[in-house]
Design a protein around this ligand. Sequence first.
Ligand code: HPA
Length: 244
Amino acid sequence: MTLAFIGGTGLTQMQNLIQHQRLELDTPWGRPAAPVVRGELSGRPVLFLARHGDPHVLLPHQVNYRANMAALKQAGATEIVAVNAVGGIHSAAQSGVVVVPDQIIDYTHGRETTYFDQRNGPVTHVDFSWPFDRALRERLLAVLREANLPRLESGVYGATQGPRLETAAEIARMERDGCDIVGMTAMPEAVLARELELPYAMLSLVVNPAAGKSHTEITMAEIEAVIHAGMGAVCELLATLVAR
Ligand code: HPA
């Protein structure tokens, strides 16, 4: 088993990862955002990919998700934990809370969402009723409980197109839809993992109240401060996860 991590905003490099190799990979869908790092965490071999590039240059809609996921599979990943920064919609999803979502609603558009679009390939519709791997989620939840971090053990992730943040009305609609958190990267990443038959789960760090959920504007400074305070704990958590 080789666990791979995808780092999002605020996690372009994992401080506690010992790097052995940076694999410059190419895939039939193009090049991934960055070299795939082959390294060691808690004495175990792991892989790491910076979703937005290293340095972080790609906006969520510019990421070549197909190349990223195919490159991880090519490098030998057998399961994936993706980390991302999100806005909080549910009242329990306050800044600093870590969420392990169990559902997704996809509001993105214009992204390449499948590997099965070759004209001469098989027509395939993957089951996506439960977008995250149950066993991997349980392992994440076990280390979160042990670390006693502020957490939400389930939640609906609303994936928006970005790069702009949402309007207050859009967030109110998403709340009516049942979304608990909002981010820009879970889709199509999660479905591509499913198509590649790679178990996939997510750790979402809430970095701001979603639009209209506070009386102030959402600023990058506010987001960066929460990321700075929270991503260290997320890295520790991942180290505990691989040590199991
Ligand atoms: N909306 C969408 N994506 C985000 C947000 C947000 O408020 N915060 C971090 N990523």
